[in-house]
Design a protein around this ligand. Structure first.
Ligand SMILES: Cc1cc2nc3c(=O)[nH]c(=O)nc-3n(C[C@H](O)[C@H](O)[C@H](O)COP(=O)(O)O)c2cc1C
Length: 207
């Protein structure tokens, strides 16, 4: 199959993928509701193991957002560097962004898998938990790319996993575990992302 040349030169998806980079300080300007909904819809269209879509997107604003930022900064001193530094940075990102999307697993795939496999042992749970995390991670990446395509900035904050039970309590999620906390907004200043390793360093071709 021959691909038309313009596909590579002017492909919008590839341009968005190349343009995405983490932004950690936001201007605070609001994100229009329909833009945010388009971003959430993109996240919800991600592939998922057994198509269970075992994710929840928590849209966090106002006092709840400050509670999340407060958790990250107050718990920072409980951890050694660099975790403490990352938690403080995360708190600032959460505070400065107009809105934060937290992505949480529901545990539904784990329950479904256990009953489908008829097994409740550790390796079955570990398998389906991993599939659930991978599915939600795909949703997070969809979210980041959709936001980028709409001119929004994001950062995937994994460091809050260190205090995941408190995050879950603040978000009011009864079960499961969360995968990411993603502040979304306009960047405080124009920035660019770090260089990536050359393809030759990460690819191996086998026949
Ligand atoms: C699973 C995961 C967890 C991450 N956690 C954090 C975090 O806690 N704090 C942070 O500032 N960035 C975090 N990042 C963002 C990375 O630091 C960032 O993606 C990486 O440095 C590459 O930069 P880029 O996103 O601009 O390409 C995380 C990214 C991923 C995929």
């Amino acid at each position: 199959m021959t691909l038309p040349e313009r596909t590579l030169d002017s492909n919008e998806t590839l341009t968005v993928i190349r343009g995405r980079h983490s932004v950690r300080r936001f201007s605070g300007r609001e994100v229009p509701a329909e833009t945010l909904e388009a971003v959430l819809d993109a996240a919800n269209r991600a592939p998922s193991a057994h198509n269970r879509q075992a994710w929840r997107f928590l849209v966090v604003r106002g006092a709840k957002k400050e509670e999340l930022a407060g958790l990250a900064s107050s718990r920072a001193s409980h951890f050694p560097r660099p975790a403490s530094v990352l938690l403080r940075l995360a708190a600032r990102s959460i505070s400065s962004a107009p809105v934060v999307i937290a992505v949480a697993n529901t545990g539904d795939l784990i329950r479904h898998g256990r009953s489908q496999f008829g097994r409740d042992d550790g390796s079955t749970v570990d398998f389906f938990r991993t599939m659930e995390i991978q599915s939600s991670a795909a949703a997070v990446e969809n979210l980041l790319l959709a936001a980028t395509s709409l001119g929004l900035a994001t950062v995937w904050l994994g460091i809050l996993y260190l205090v995941k039970d408190d995050v879950r309590r603040i978000l009011g999620e009864p079960q499961g575990e969360f995968v990411a906390v993603v502040p979304v907004g306009l960047p405080e200043a124009e920035t660019s992302g770090p260089a990536k390793r050359p393809l030759a360093a990460v690819i191996r071709y086998l026949e």
